[in-house]
Structure formats: C-alpha cells, structure tokens
Design a protein around this ligand. Structure first.
Ligand code: ZN
Length: 315
C-alpha cells in the first residue's frame, strides 16, 4: 500500500501538560486520525514480556478494549508481528482515508524509528507552566524526589524536546497549554497552518467514533462521564461536568505557596526553560520571600536521581 500517508504530528509534552487534550483537538483536522500513545503497543517489561494488553481508551470505557476495531487483539498481533507495516495495517482498519496521523506517544526513539520507516514527522510541543505542572503532580501525589527535582525535570524535559526537533531538523511548533485552553481557535489555526492542514469545526470529539491508545486518564471521562468520580484530588471537582469543556487548570494556586513558586523559579533549569517557553514568575509569587531552603533541597535531591529511564520497546 504505497499510497498510505505517513505524515505524523507528534504531540510532545511533559506529563499532565495537556498533550492528550490537544491531540484530541488536532484529530478534528480534516483527514486527521488520532492514534494516541501508539508506542505503548511495542513496549516490553523487564522480563521481556509485552507490557500492555489493553489499548483503546474509548472502547476501554465500555469494557471492550480488546475487541476494538482498530486496536483490538487481532490488530495488536499483526502490528507486533509486522512492525514495518504499522501504517498500512492501521490504514486498513480505518474507514476514512488518513492524511495526517496524530501521535501523542512522547517517545523520541519512537519518532526516530517511524522516521526511518518513511514517516514525515512534525513536532507539536505543548508546555504547561512549571507551577501548573507541579500542581498536577501534587494533586496526584506524584512528587517523588521533591518539588525542586520535579521542577528541574520540567525544564530539562521540555528543553530536550525543543532541542530534539532542532537537532533532527524536524518542523517544530511550540504552544502554551494556557493559550490553548483560553484561545483554542487561535492556537488550533496556528497549528493547522504549521501542519498545512485544514481546521474545520466539527462534532465535539466525544461524539465522534474515536479509537486511540492510552492518554491522560481524565480524557476517558469525556467518553464516559461517570468516570469523573474516579478522578483524584481536586480533579474530581474539575471533571464533575464530564471535563468536556476547555478550562484553565489552576490547581497550583491551592497547592503551592507563593514562596514555593518563587523558589522553584530560581532554579537554573527552570529559569532557562521558562525564558525559552515564555513563562514569567506569576504575580501571586512576586512578593514571596526566601529561596535558600528549597534550592538546597533541590541540590541534595538531584544528586540522587537519574533523570529519565529509557523505555523498553520492540519496534
Ligand atoms: Zn476502540
């Protein structure tokens, strides 16, 4: 199937930074198809076994992920047996012709692998502010290594994504999560122009027949509103209406003090990345005090942790 499109928009972001939400909206472009975090199909665990068995998030909300018409057991078996036929296998399972694949795997090796197989990659990088990122992690109690360490990783990973695109010579666009949720039409038009695709209003994504891999657990709520009850911490309230609208997530204002935010902004990696991606110290933190203790804590913690472990995969 030589006519299969291999143009792919890879949506990159740190955890909980809006990549799933953005990817769901990019899937609304004409002839676009969201595969989600497709690299999960090929991921293995330490013992060499496949790490995941269920893939499709919308079908998963109905308890039938393994019967999904696109990512069901039979498709996964084919994809794993013939990874080189990834694009034709998927195209064969999708009714409409696909002109643009939207992939939110956030796995740089996966992008290089697909490029080697003839993919035409475009990088769409979305960042949440450092304090927004930390707020999401605090809400999920995922702050291993401490706040300073997490903030350092926020800067490091986002700079790594921008550098990756530059070093690989890939077309790259950056958007702020905060702009996307407050001015979605403007941001989507900008991305459409970057991708040379058409952005046309159509039915909201949760009313469309979509099949995509994984994504932020909150994305499933739009397809199955009763799942809002399972959201953790402050998200339970945020998603009580089904989480279907776009809203600015400002949990950090309830979870961080001004002093903490100011201290985190003083970390070198945070400073560098904030300047690069257009973030400044929020007004709530401007009058805050001493940053010494947190900086010290950060130094101790960064010496004990490796930054990122390489995922195991078989593609
Ligand atoms: Zn499905």
């Amino acid at each position: 199937m030589s006519g299969t499109s291999r143009k792919v928009a890879y949506v990159l972001s740190s955890n909980f930074s809006g990549s799933t939400l953005l990817a769901l909206h990019l899937a609304g472009f004409e002839n676009a198809y969201l595969v989600g975090e497709a690299a999960y199909v090929y991921r293995k665990n330490k013992s060499g076994d496949w790490r995941h068995r269920k893939f499709c998030t919308p079908c998963g909300t109905q308890g039938r992920a393994r019967q999904c018409p696109v990512w069901g057991d039979d498709a996964i078996e084919q994809l794993r047996q013939r990874p080189e036929d990834y694009f034709p296998i998927l195209s064969g399972r999708i009714v409409e012709p696909v002109g643009l694949w939207v992939d939110s795997s956030k796995d740089l090796d996966w992008i290089l692998h697909q490029k080697a197989q003839g993919a035409e990659p475009y990088v769409v990088h979305i960042t949440k502010s450092m304090q927004g990122f930390i707020g999401s992690h605090l809400n999920r109690e995922r702050t291993k290594g401490g706040l300073g360490f997490q903030a350092h990783l926020w800067g490091k990973q986002n700079l790594q994504y921008a550098n990756f695109a530059q070093q690989q010579g890939l077309p790259y666009v950056h958007v702020q999560y905060e702009d996307f949720v407050t001015q979605p039409e403007t941001v989507l038009k900008r991305i459409a122009a970057f991708l040379d695709e058409k952005h046309r209003p159509q039915a909201p994504y949760w009313e469309r027949d979509m099949h995509f891999v994984k994504g932020n657990p909150a994305a499933a709520v739009a397809f199955q509103p009763s799942l809002a009850e399972k959201q953790v911490g402050l998200n339970a309230d945020l998603y009580s209406d089904g989480g279907r609208g776009l809203f600015l997530d400002e949990k950090w204002k309830k979870l961080l003090t001004g002093d903490q935010v100011k201290a985190l902004y003083s970390l070198p990696m945070v400073k560098k990345a904030s300047e690069k991606f257009g973030y400044t110290l929020p007004s709530e933190a401007e009058k805050a005090g001493n940053t010494f203790l947190l900086t010290l804590q950060y130094r101790l913690q960064t010496s004990q942790h490796a930054a990122y472990s390489t995922p195991r995969h078989a593609y």
